[in-house]
Design a protein around this ligand. Sequence first.
Ligand SMILES: [Fe+2]
Ligand SMILES: [Fe+2]
Length: 129
Amino acid sequence: MYELKEEYLTGIEQIDREHRVLFEIADEIYQLCENEFVPDKYDHIVNLLQRLKQYAIMHFEHEEAYMESIHYKKMFTQKIQHDNFKRKLETMDLEIIDDNQDQAVEELLKFVTDWLVEHIMGTDKQIGK
Ligand SMILES: [Fe+2]
Ligand SMILES: [Fe+2]
């Protein structure tokens, strides 16, 4: 359902490869969202959140290092958006998630996929241009 589409490509190989993994994690969130056979999704949600956070942090580090290496001028905007994304994931209240699991996983999916598409299309694709 969710995957890296042609139009999301930045042309920078490592960045595209990592974006692909981020979409794969987003797709796992989607699969969990749709799965009616898991009565308690809490552990899965926490696990996916953790993986997403770890991978995103690593990706942002790589992307920022790359931007620095090419003396990219709009790096500041990038960093602000990256930090906002990290903060959002870090401040998710696990207790609220446990009480409304289906809603929580749906909201997480929407947040992640909207952010990824918007950030890649609007910001990452400009890197180096
Ligand atoms: Fe990126
Ligand atoms: Fe970025």
